[in-house]
Design a protein around this ligand. Structure first.
Ligand SMILES: [Zn+2]
Length: 260
């Protein structure tokens, strides 16, 4: 629920999930607010992030905003174009479809190979991983939840002890996780996490067909969610970051007042 609130009314969380410990807004706070606005579809791929406007909205210097945009650029969420400015990254839908097609091929074969040899140690490791996903979802940490949801699939490949396969999967899953970071909603993230539990239980049950079926259902659901969400309409920068009808100064006063 907490992450459905707008930036205007919510205390600014830090990227690691805790409440902002001081009154001043840092570059990390701004980067977190922007990444949350992107992941919640309040900012669309391709949207221009105007340094001066963001600095005014949050009542900080342009240097701090620039630092936040550079950080987002490193995460692949923002593209910095020299002489033009910063834009929300635009992963293509065609690329997403190709990535998911490859994942279906690889990950169904991984299930066929893993189910007959899965040991209690593997299941314990996978269940512990899902608990970390649940914690990140609960604290509204979009970057951590996206990384953990993606890592689950690499963790499964790791159980097979094949380094080539693990590396290949890591690359493909990381590329698709950027697309998820941009398009996946909190609701969809929770759903994905539940499906990870179903996959683990199918592996534990020793039924190859059931495990392959759970994995295929999961990948199909994630892909369909991305394709549907990618058609959402775009909105204004100020409205995206501060909420509908918000006045920058008023919002800043609230942010300052609520930061504890
Ligand atoms: Zn998954």
């Amino acid at each position: 629920m907490a992450d459905r609130r707008t930036i205007e009314t919510a205390p600014l969380p830090t990227r690691s999930g805790g409440r902002a410990p001081r009154a001043r807004t840092s570059a990390a706070d701004i980067a977190f607010s922007i990444s949350r606005a992107i992941s919640e579809h309040r900012l669309q791929p391709g949207a221009k992030l105007i340094e001066r406007s963001i600095a005014e909205m949050f009542g900080v210097s342009r240097t701090i905003v620039r630092e936040a945009l550079i950080q987002l650029g490193r995460d692949g969420l923002v593209v910095l174009k020299p002489g033009s400015g910063a834009y929300v990254s635009t992963p293509s839908i065609a690329e997403a479809q190709q990535l998911f097609a490859v994942r279906r091929m690889l990950e169904t074969e991984i299930m066929r190979a893993l189910v007959p040899i899965a040991r209690p140690l593997h299941l314990r490791r996978l269940r512990a991983h899902v608990r970390e996903e649940q914690a990140a979802i609960r604290r509204g940490d979009v970057a951590a939840r996206t990384r953990l949801l993606a890592d689950f699939h690499v963790e499964i490949a790791r159980c097979l002890g094949n380094k080539v396969l693990e590396g290949l999967l890591f690359t493909i899953v990381t590329r698709s996780s950027l697309i998820l970071l941009v398009y996946q909603t909190t609701h969809a993230a929770r759903h994905s996490c539940d499906e990870h539990t179903h996959i683990i239980e199918a592996i534990a049950g020793g039924d190859v067909d059931a495990a392959v079926g759970e994995m295929l259902d999961h990948l199909r659901n994630v892909e369909q969610g991305v394709l549907l969400d990618a058609r959402a309409p775009s909105i204004d920068l100020q409205e995206a970051l501060l909420g509908r009808g918000a006045r920058p100064a008023k919002a800043q006063a609230r942010l300052g007042g609520e930061a504890k």
